[in-house]
Write a protein that binds this ligand. Structure first.
Ligand code: TXA
Ligand code: MG
Length: 310
């Protein structure tokens, strides 16, 4: 299996130079590839929305290189501190009350909250440090497409729209970060992701509530079409011509040994490969609904109900 690859000092230098002067750079994180720009530069942030064709109502995650940097952007309460001390650097994004005047309004889509994350990726952390400012970075796919887990996915989606792509090999987790909101002692999950909810609940010592069916979406991204392949997906099936298995063989098998982490890291790239085959349907085996399997099933359900028109 392919491994993530380290990025060079030269790449870090070049990326930092472009970002400092207001450019946009696609770079690897431990979850998926991100499309980064200085969060404090309105023109740079606008370039992200344009390259992704992302609706302005969908806010971006601010990536920081330390807890201290995050504290300049948002208000931490005791629960939030407890969570970042345990999970940062890592695949946990926290939505917290925003401090004013720090990042461009467009980053948080005008909300009073801001999403922050310190990624567990040496190269990306070095770039944030070299720029000396937080980086706004959504996944580096065009809006409505699957998140990129390889530099080649980014190139295909948006090479001509951005200033640089850093190839760091396949991303470690292959699934986006878990997004939770912490407010007034209340914790809600906005997006299942690379860190399992059970692990977060174990640290908190209580159950986290879900808001996935709320009338007013707390996470605007919840309402948008997402992760859509061109081919129709048939879940809980192993019958069709093109199959995505889970320890069951098939055209591709997410994890022959039924390991959910491995399945998560293969999910988007295998779906992408099967999508390119031009079949009528992709039949997908049942994935256990536990641990990171919850996030995998969430992505599959969205992908199955929102087939791209293009
Ligand atoms: O793993 C990840 O999180 C990747 C890497 C690059 O860090 N980033 C990523 O960003 O997946 P994006 O923009 O594709 O997804 C961020 C999600 C969206 O669903 C967005 O609506 C939500 O986080 N979000 C961002 N800021 C928010 C806020 N202030 N309140 C509620 N939801 C927010
Ligand atoms: Mg995304």
């Amino acid at each position: 299996m392919m491994k993530p690859q380290a990025i060079t000092l030269r790449q870090i230098d070049d990326a930092a130079h472009i970002l400092r002067s207001g450019g946009v750079v696609a770079l690897p994180t431990e979850t998926v590839y991100g499309l980064a720009a200085r969060a404090d530069n309105a023109d740079a942030v606008e370039k992200i929305f344009a390259a992704k064709n992302r609706p302005a109502i969908n806010p971006l995650i601010c990536h920081v290189s330390s807890i201290e940097m995050a504290k300049t952007l948002v208000e931490f309460d005791m629960l939030a501190i407890k969570l970042v001390e345990k999970f940062w650097p890592g695949a946990l994004t926290l939505v917290l009350p925003k401090k004013n005047g720090t990042v461009d309004q467009a980053v948080s889509a005008g909300l009073e909250t801001l999403a922050v994350r310190m990624p567990a990726h040496e190269g990306m952390l070095s770039i944030i440090e070299a720029v000396g400012a937080p980086l706004a970075a959504p996944s580096a796919n065009r809006s409505g497409r699957m998140s990129p887990t390889l530099a080649s996915h980014v190139a295909r989606d948006m090479e001509d729209k951005i200033d640089m792509i850093i190839d760091g090999g396949p991303t470690k987790f292959g699934l986006e970060s878990t997004v939770i909101a912490v407010r007034d002692g209340d914790v809600t999950i906005l997006r299942h992701g690379a860190i399992a909810l059970e692990d977060i609940e174990a640290v908190l010592g209580f159950k986290v509530s879900e808001v996935t069916t709320a009338k007013t979406p707390q996470s605007p991204g919840q309402l948008l079409r997402h992760y859509a392949p061109k081919t129709k997906l048939v879940l809980h099936s192993q019958k069709g011509e093109v199959q995505l298995g889970f320890g069951t063989g098939g055209t591709r098998d997410l994890s022959p040994s039924r390991n959910l982490q491995e399945a998560a890291s293969n999910l988007f790239s295998m779906l992408e490969e099967l999508d390119q085959m031009g079949a009528k349907e992709i039949h997908i085996a049942t994935i256990p609904h536990e641990g990171v399997g919850v996030a995998i099933n969430d992505r599959l359900k969205r992908a199955a109900t929102s087939v791209a028109k293009s």
